[in-house]
Each structure stands twice: as C-alpha cells, then as structure tokens.
Write a protein that binds this ligand. Structure first.
Ligand SMILES: Cc1cc2nc3c(=O)[nH]c(=O)nc-3n(C[C@H](O)[C@H](O)[C@H](O)COP(=O)(O)O)c2cc1C
Length: 305
C-alpha cells in the first residue's frame, strides 16, 4: 500500500505532527510512505519580521498562487491515500498549500484519490478547511477524513506566545506563559489517528472515516472561536483589498499600509476577543440549535451546495 504525504511546514511543527500521526503507518512494513515537501520559490523567512509577516496577508486571504519549486511526486506510483498536511495563514490554507491546490500538476496528483487532511494551526481553521474542500472537489479528489491539532491554550494567551515564536523564534515558556504552539502531548498522542488510517488501509476500507476519527477527538470545535473567525474573515477581506490597492506582494509601495495593519490586527484581536467571548456566549444561548448544526457541519467532510 502506498501513501503520499504532501506538506508544508515552516518551523517543523506540522512535520512533527505528521510524523507522529502516521507513525503506525511508518512502522508497518506493508505500507510505503513518501513525504513530499511543498515549497514556494520565494522563501518566507523564519523568524519573520513584522513587515514580512503582515505582507503575506493579502495573498493568503485571496489565495493568490505563488510559483512552486518542482513538486517531487513520483508519477509512476499509484497512491492509495494522500495525506494533505497543512497549516493556516490568516484563516486560509498557507500560501504554499494554496499554490499547490491551484498548480497545473494538482489535477494529476489528486484526481480520483482518497485524501485525508491533517491540520496543525493555532486555533482558527474551519474556514480554511472549507476552501481546501472546494479545491479538492474541483480536483475530483475524495476527502475521507480530517484531523485537526490546535493550540489548546486560551485564545489571547496563544496570540501572545505565537507572536513571540514567529517574530523571535522563541518557543519556550516565559513570564508564566506556556510554551508556544501545540502541546507536545497532543502531538504525540495523534498516533491514535494513524492507527485508524492503518486499519482502514489494511482492510481496504478507504471510505469516509470522519465519525471514527471524531470519536477519538479528531475535530474539536470551540463555538466562540467559530463566531470570532467568521467575524474576522469579513474584516480580513476588507483589509486585504486596502493593502492590495497599493500593489502586489513584491511591491514596496504597499509597506506603509502593511505597517498600519501590523498594529491594527493585534489591537483588533485583543479588543474583539473579550467582546466576542461575551457575545458568543449570548449567541450560543439564543441560537443554540443553529450553532450546534453549524459545528456539526464543520466536523464532517461534506461541502455546502
Ligand atoms: C503568516 C501566518 C499566519 C497565521 N495565521 C493563522 C490563522 O489564521 N489561524 C491559525 O489557527 N493559525 C495561524 N497561524 C499559525 C500556523 O497555522 C501554524 O500553526 C504555525 O505557523 C506553525 O506551523 P509550521 O509547521 O508551518 O511551522 C499563522 C502562521 C503564520 C506564519
């Protein structure tokens, strides 16, 4: 049995998640696993600077494809399963993965294939997954499972720790704040999902396995974060337009507006988050039924018509 893991991981966190999650497959002699890293020709720096980090905003939001280095997928191999491991940038699939899904080779790679998505992000990913689902549908792939690992610390806490990590490369705990990123224990225990993948591969039962994955906590969703994400995504569209008016990613003329965003966005997040915590509680009481249905939808792999 052949499995292809397509991934982009900047700091290595997502790669570590993929390694742990599919460790049962790696240990099994009957499964051959190929990892293919997706890379843009333009190297996004790590650690980021304030301007480079926020300059990636419009293209992430719009899903503007970047030029990719050659995608090293062996065409002669007929993969039984593709694991698409991706992170989220500004509520969208990261630029390298979004570029892959729009690449001319994508149809050849994905058409008719069973796909499991594996996400490692801070905590806001549901709308990014909607975009990925649309791409996979267009590419005629068959999404049979989704596994999501997030930073389970409080939203404001993880904003602070991730900013420090992204801008200074420091992940360690400090001043009472926890270590940045996804908790190590969560990364290591993700092997339980790999067990399901292995079982399904061996039984030749590569059909929708979401319920089985969900029974082990593959997709836990915090309702207040969904409300916050939906609000933020509307603002993001406006900001992206405001920045893009001054030029594309490589145009220095837009850096003034990028700088403005670099202050507005964190301030907005800090003001919005407490307000949303209160309002989302009220919404969850008033619109309990609707919200429950919405969350149930995000926990499955179907796509709204
Ligand atoms: C430019 C940028 C924007 C990000 N935006 C989000 C986001 O909107 N939602 C989220 O949950 N995580 C966000 N993250 C965190 C990433 O999804 C990811 O967890 C982190 O970058 C580590 O991934 P790595 O394995 O590529 O290093 C962002 C990261 C970067 C670099």
């Amino acid at each position: 049995m052949k499995v292809l893991v397509l991934y982009y991981s900047q700091t290595g966190q997502l790669k570590e998640i993929a390694d742990n999650c599919i460790s049962p497959l790696l240990k099994d002699k009957s499964v051959e696993v190929d990892f293919v890293k997706i890379e843009t020709e333009h190297q996004f720096p790590f650690p980021w600077t304030r301007l480079t980090f926020f300059n990636a905003f419009p293209e992430s939001v719009y899903g503007t494809p970047f030029k990719l280095k050659p995608i090293e997928v062996d065409q002669s191999k007929n993969y039984d399963l593709i694991i698409l491991a991706y992170t989220v940038w500004y509520l969208n699939p990261s630029i390298p993965i979004s570029s892959l899904l729009q690449h001319e080779d994508a149809k050849r790679i994905f058409k008719g294939k069973k796909v499991v998505t594996l996400l490692g992000s801070r905590n806001m990913w549901v709308l990014a997954q909607e975009k990925v689902k649309q791409h996979l549908k267009r590419l005629e792939a068959d999404l049979i499972g989704n596994i999501v690992l997030i930073d389970s610390n409080k939203n404001l806490v993880s904003i602070i720790t991730i900013i420090r990590w992204m801008f200074y490369g420091k992940k360690n705990p400090f001043w009472g704040f926890p270590r940045a990123g996804i908790i190590q224990e969560d990364i290591e225990s993700s092997a339980r999902f790999g067990e399901i993948l292995l079982k399904r591969l061996k039984a030749n039962e590569l059909t929708d396995m979401q319920q089985e994955l969900n029974n082990l906590g593959a997709v836990d969703i915090n309702p207040s974060l969904v409300i916050l994400e939906k609000r933020a995504t509307k603002l993001f569209g406006m900001y992206a337009g405001f920045l893009s008016k001054k030029g594309d990613f490589f145009n220095k003329k837009r850096l003034g507006r990028v700088s403005l965003l670099s202050y507005l966005l964190p301030i907005g997040a800090f003001i919005l988050s407490p307000i949303t915590t209160i309002s989302s509680f009220l919404i969850s009481v008033i619109k309990r039924k609707e919200l429950t249905a919405e969350i149930r939808y995000y926990q499955q792999n179907s796509l709204r018509e």
